[in-house]
Write a protein that binds this ligand. Structure first.
Ligand SMILES: *Cc1c(COP(=O)(O)O)cnc(C)c1O
Length: 400
């Protein structure tokens, strides 16, 4: 069986270090708001290239806390609009509605699966306060145009960086590009804890102080509560694990890139659309005859000295095909585990009944046609080749 993501094998690589760290935390007698969280926060801030990292309980809370802090600071209030991609994972939307803000859903670009920046301006109103970009599937959603639109309309940019830790846009890391970013360390994310965990990053000193306070009952000083806060803290055990695993993140992301690269170069089934890199690297010149700046990764060879795909850490490798369910069955029969990210878009969820009648055709196409191939950083290249072979052998000519 080729597992979609083999967490046991991933963590087994670091088992000795992780077990020692756990024993140290147990023996320390100190489990919350301690030195291990501080050490991890410092290491994360320096890795991302920001002034502040604040450990919190999970990725959903990271986003909720950023919005709550902006509300406390008077940048936005109940009913204000937040622009967000329509095809994101539900947590992004939940963070907005939990704060009684209004999500304004915008279609993604079918090539990158990320927010279509060319549609932004037509969705901005007098109540728009922020753009919540999602670096979906590990690929950065960013451009100079996005920065200038936000500046022109005085909007905050918040990054949902749950899926893209380690990705770079022109040498700047995701999580350092906007006004604030939310991270998830859910076990299956590229930097996974051994339980729930998350973080907020920002360069804004005031915002950092307020987020830290709200995450701790709205209190900076014990028994003095400045805000109606939450209890959303990263614990010492998870911080100790994450401190260790952060040192290995770049190597794991590199392994993911190699797998993705192999898929891109070896999946030849013409009924399958493979993912596209959203940003040519700095200085990238398209090969002769190709002038599309959206350089498909199929057959793509980066110019010498340039690393391809630094804007993508391949949290997921998502293909599109009209006969998705049949392909998934075919792969299951070949002992290859796949998943669908995601089967139902937010606007079709029961939780958002008032949106169910709305139509977002590109979002719906992605949800109907997407399939995520295995991309465990511990996969062997033999396994990757077997996946390609099975995908290429899939014949949907008799299907509609
Ligand atoms: C995982 C994820 C979240 C939520 O993170 P949790 O730690 O599971 O709460 C938010 N947004 C996106 C895009 C995610 O993938």
């Amino acid at each position: 069986m080729i597992r979609f993501l083999d967490l046991q094998k991933i963590n087994a690589q670091y088992a000795a270090e992780l077990k020692k760290a756990a024993a140290d935390v147990i023996d320390s007698g100190w489990y919350l708001l301690g030195d291990r969280v501080k050490k991890f926060e410092t290491k994360l801030a320096s890795y991302i290239g920001v002034n502040h990292a604040i450990g919190v309980a999970n990725g959903l809370d990271a986003l909720r806390l950023i919005l709550k802090a902006f509300i406390e600071l008077g940048y936005m209030k109940e009913g204000d609009e937040i622009i967000v991609p329509a095809n994101t994972y539900i947590a992004t939307i939940l963070a907005i509605t939990d704060n009684r803000l209004t999500p304004v859903l915008v279609e993604p670009d079918i090539n990158t699966y990320n927010l279509d920046i060319s549609l932004l301006e037509s969705h901005i109103t007098s109540r728009t306060r922020a753009i919540l970009v999602v670096h979906l599937y590990g690929q950065i959603c960013w451009s100079e145009e996005l920065e200038s639109i936000a500046k022109q309309h005085n909007l905050k940019i918040i990054e949902d960086n749950a899926q893209a830790i380690g990705a770079e846009w022109n040498t700047r890391k995701s999580g350092s590009l906007g006004d604030a970013a939310g991270f998830s360390f859910y076990p299956g994310k590229n930097l996974g804890a051994l339980g729930d965990a998350g973080a907020v990053t920002t360069n804004d000193d005031t915002l950092a102080t307020v987020v830290r306070s709200i995450a701790n009952y709205g209190s900076n000083q014990k028994y003095h509560n400045q805000y109606q806060g939450l209890n959303s803290r990263l614990d010492e055990m998870q911080a100790a694990f994450l401190y260790i695993k952060l040192s290995h993140l770049d190597a794991e992301n590199q392994a993911r890139r190699e797998i993705a690269n192999y898929y891109c170069n070896h999946i030849t089934n013409q009924n399958i659309i493979i993912p596209t890199a959203s940003q040519p690297c700095r200085g990238f010149k398209p090969p002769k005859g190709l002038n599309d700046p959206l350089q498909p990764c199929r057959g793509f060879k980066p110019p010498k000295g340039l690393n391809d795909g630094l804007n993508n850490v391949w949290h997921l490798f998502v293909i599109l095909t009209k006969t998705r369910d049949q392909l998934q069955n075919h792969l299951t029969q070949n002992n290859i585990q796949t998943h669908i990210h995601y089967p139902i878009p937010p606007h079709k969820q029961q939780a958002y009944k008032h949106w169910n009648h709305l139509s977002y055709p590109i979002t719906e196409q992605i949800h109907n046609q997407c399939l995520s191939l295995p991309i465990s950083p511990v996969m062997t290249m033999e396994e990757v080749a077997l996946v390609c072979k099975a995908v290429n052998e899939f014949d949907d000519s008799g299907l509609s």
